[in-house]
Design a protein. Structure first.
Length: 135
């Protein structure tokens, strides 16, 4: 009997495949902490933040503590993002604060894209549970 070596599954929760539109904004560490503490509390309703241009991506998968998106930009490890996950039957959008763990180039017929894996730092709990039920 041989055992695989070198690779260990680090995920604690199953990831569910999805292909929903995502818009996001790069934010600083301090702003991420403020958003998680003040706005993403279960008693607060969060609306879209204005004033900064949104970047676009597609949600690849989602779990209780992480997600992955596919987009045209490589995102540096440690970058914090404010993400809006748009599901057609769930309004308002799911609001997530996440930190990039890795970004890997993915080649497609239409060109190069990047798959970026992230850990969730904060989430709008009310809409998050509704989204997980759909998956």
């Amino acid at each position: 009997m041989s055992l695989k070596s070198g690779w260990i599954e680090k995920r604690w929760h199953e990831r569910k495949a999805a292909s929903w539109e995502v818009t996001y904004q790069v934010i600083g560490a301090e702003e991420a902490a403020i958003l998680c503490r003040e706005y993403l509390a279960p008693t607060h309703s969060f609306s879209h933040r204005e004033g900064q241009a949104d970047s676009h991506a597609i949600l690849h998968d989602l779990s209780v503590n992480g997600l992955a998106v596919i987009g045209p930009q490589s995102l540096a490890s440690g970058t914090r993002l404010l993400l809006y996950v748009h599901h057609p039957s769930h309004q308002p959008s799911l609001v997530v604060v996440a930190e990039v763990v890795h970004s890997v180039a993915q080649s497609r017929e239409a060109g190069s894209f990047y798959r970026s894996g992230m850990k969730i730092l904060g989430v709008d709990e009310n809409s998050f549970h509704r989204v997980l039920q759909v998956l």
